[in-house]
Design a protein around this ligand. Structure first.
Ligand code: ADP
Length: 499
C-alpha cells in the first residue's frame, strides 16, 4: 500500500479529489486550488493562487476568522479536526456562500501547509428565505381560514395571542393577558362550565391532551357577542400540563345559520305534530262517536227504568251490560287505531344506538337547551339495533325535551340528565335509561302520561309520550316510566338488537 502511495504524486491526488480543496501556506496564502474549488468560488486558478484566504470572505467576517485562525494555529488538535464552524465566503459574482471547512496540516521539510477542504452548506439567505416563505404560507393559511393562534403558558399563567385572537377578544395589542383576569371573564356565563370541563379534560395527563371547546365571548368594549370554536393540544412535562397551544375560529355566522335552520325544523316539527294530533283527534272522534251515542242511549233507558221502579228490572241490567260492551268496543277501536298509526310504512335499518343518543343530545342542545349537562354512560361495543332510525331519534328527542322542560319549569339550572345505555341480559334488548333531576311525577299524573292528549303544560299537546310509546312498540321495543325513582323522573326504553 505504501509503495502504491509513493508512486502517486500529491498533485495527482489533489486534482482527482471531488471536493473543493485549497493548499494554503502557513501565512494563509493560497498556493494551489483544484477544479471543484475554482468552480465553487467562481475564480480561475490564476486569480485564486496568491490570494489570502481572508480575501475570499466578506469584510464583516474577516476579524472573527482571523481570531479563529489564531486558535487553530495554536491548537494542533483542532487543526486536524478542521474548524467545524460554518463560514461565509464571497464568490467572484458577489454571491455569498455558507461553507464548512476541513483543515489538514501538512509538513514538508521545514515548511508547514494546510490542506483546506470546502463543503458547501445551505446558504444563510436560502434558509432565511425558506423560513420566510413558510411563515408567509402559514400566515396566508391562517388568514384564509380566519384562524387566531393562542399559546397558554400555565407556569406563568400568561396567554400569548396573535392579532386575530386579540381582535376576537377585544384586547389591546400590547396588553398582557392572564388566564383568569382577562380571558375567563369575557366568556359567556352559560358557557363557562363547558369550557372549564374541556380544559380540565385536556389537563388530565391520562387523557389525549386534546382541547376542544365552543363558547361565546362578550367583547368588553362593544358588548358584541361572538361564538368561538377553539381547538388545541396540551403539552406535558413530567406528567404536568405546562403549555396549551391551539387555534380559534369565529363561528358566529355558522351558529346563526344553525339556529335559523333549527327554528325552521322546530316549526316544521310543530306543524307536523299538530297535523298528527288533528288527524288522530278526528279519527278518534269518528270511531268513538257511535259507541258513545249508544252508551248515552242505554244510559238514558237505565235511568228511566230506575225512576219507574224501586226494583231493578232485567232491562236495566241489559242496559248497563250494553254500556260496558260499548265502552269496551270504544277501547278496542282506539287501540286498533293506534296500532294502525304505528305500523304503517315501518322501514328498519341496523344502527348504532350510542350514536343516535349523541345525535339526539346535539339536537336538543341546538334547539336552545344549553343550560343542561348530560351525564352519559354509553356501553362500549354495544351491538347494533334494528329499528327505524328516524323514529328512534324522535322518541329520544321527545324524552329529552320532556326532561328539560320539566327541569326548566322547576327552574333547576345546570342539571344533570343521566343517559345510560346498557344491554339487558334477560330480554336480550338494548336498554336506554333517561334520568332527570326535575320535579318528577305524582302517582295520579304518572298513571296518565301515556294517554293521548294528556298534558300538564300550558302549551302542551299531550301526544309526545303516546306517540313515543306507539313508535317504540312498532319497533319491537317497550317504553315505560320507572315507578321507583325518588328524585326526578326515569324513563326506560328497549329496542331489539339486529340479528
Ligand atoms: P306534552 O309534552 O305535550 O305535555 P307528553 O305526552 O310528552 O306531552 O307528556 C305528557 C305529560 O307527561 C307532560 O305534560 C308532563 O306532565 C309529564 N311528563 C313527561 N315527561 C316528564 C318528566 N321528565 N318529568 C315530569 N313530568 C313529565
Amino acid at each position: 500500500m505504501i509503495d502504491l502511495l509513493k508512486g502517486l504524486n500529491f498533485e495527482l491526488l489533489f486534482e482527482a479529489a471531488v471536493d473543493a480543496m485549497l493548499l494554503v501556506d502557513d501565512k494563509g496564502a493560497i498556493i494551489v486550488a483544484n477544479k471543484p474549488a475554482q468552480e465553487m468560488l467562481g475564480y480561475t486558478s490564476e486569480i485564486l493562487c496568491g490570494l489570502k484566504v481572508e480575501a475570499l470572505m466578506p469584510s464583516r467576517f474577516r476579524r472573527s476568522h482571523h481570531q479563529h485562525r489564531e486558535t487553530y494555529t495554536q491548537n494542533p488538535e483542532k487543526r486536524a479536526m478542521g474548524s467545524g464552524r460554518p463560514l461565509v465566503v464571497l464568490r467572484q459574482d458577489g454571491k455569498e456562500l455558507q461553507v464548512n471547512i476541513g483543515l489538514s496540516p501538512i509538513k514538508n521539510a521545514n515548511q508547514c501547509y494546510n490542506l483546506v477542504t470546502i463543503y458547501e452548506a445551505e446558504s444563510l439567505r436560502q434558509a432565511e428565505e425558506s423560513f420566510k416563505t413558510s411563515e408567509e404560507r402559514l400566515q396566508l393559511a391562517k388568514e384564509a381560514a380566519g384562524l387566531g393562534v393562542f399559546d397558554f403558558d400555565s407556569n406563568q399563567n400568561v396567554l400569548h395571542w396573535d392579532d386575530k385572537m386579540r381582535d376576537l377578544w377585544g384586547a389591546e395589542s400590547e396588553e398582557s393577558i392572564t388566564h383568569e383576569k382577562r380571558f375567563v371573564t369575557i366568556i359567556h356565563p352559560a358557557d363557562q362550565i363547558a369550557r372549564q370541563e374541556a380544559l380540565e379534560a385536556a389537563i388530565n395527563p391520562k387523557g389525549s391532551g386534546e382541547y376542544h371547546a365552543n363558547y361565546r365571548v362578550i367583547n368588553p368594549n362593544t358588548h358584541a357577542q361572538r361564538w368561538v370554536s377553539a381547538i388545541g393540544r396540551m403539552h406535558f412535562e413530567d406528567g404536568i400540563a405546562i403549555r396549551l397551544v391551539g387555534v380559534a375560529r369565529d363561528i358566529t355566522e355558522q351558529k346563526m345559520l344553525e339556529k335559523k335552520s333549527q327554528e325552521q325544523r322546530t316549526e316544521v316539527e310543530l306543524i307536523s305534530q299538530q297535523m298528527v294530533a288533528a288527524h288522530t283527534a278526528s279519527a278518534i272522534a269518528h270511531e268513538l262517536n257511535q259507541p258513545l251515542a249508544a252508551i248515552s242511549a242505554y244510559s238514558e233507558v237505565a235511568l228511566y227504568a230506575m225512576q219507574a221502579s224501586t226494583h231493578y228490572p232485567d232491562n236495566l241490567k241489559h242496559a248497563l251490560e250494553g254500556c260496558v260492551a260499548q265502552a269496551n268496543r270504544a277501547g278496542r277501536s282506539l287501540h286498533e287505531l293506534l296500532n294502525f298509526l304505528q305500523k304503517s310504512d315501518l322501514v328498519t335499518e341496523k344502527f348504532d344506538l350510542n350514536e343516535a343518543i349523541k345525535e339526539a343530545l346535539n339536537h336538543v342542545r341546538g334547539s336552545g337547551y344549553l343550560e343542561f349537562r348530560p351525564s352519559i354512560q354509553l356501553e362500549k361495543n354495544l351491538p347494533k339495533v334494528l329499528a327505524n332510525r328516524i323514529q328512534v331519534q324522535k322518541i329520544l328527542i321527545n324524552l329529552l325535551t320532556n326532561a328539560l322542560e320539566a327541569m326548566r319549569g322547576a327552574t333547576i339550572k345546570n342539571s344533570v340528565i343521566k343517559v345510560s345505555v346498557r344491554t339487558s341480559a334477560i330480554s336480550n334488548m338494548a336498554h336506554v335509561s333517561l334520568q332527570d333531576k326535575g320535579p318528577g311525577l305524582d302517582a295520579e299524573t304518572a298513571k296518565r302520561i301515556f294517554d293521548p292528549f294528556f298534558t300538564t303544560k300550558k302549551t302542551g299537546i299531550g301526544m309526545g309520550l303516546a306517540i313515543s310509546r306507539a313508535l317504540t312498540e312498532a319497533n319491537g321495543g317497550e317504553l315505560w316510566l320507572d315507578p321507583s325513582t325518588d328524585i326526578g323522573a326515569t324513563f326506560h326504553l328497549t329496542l331489539p338488537f339486529a340479528p
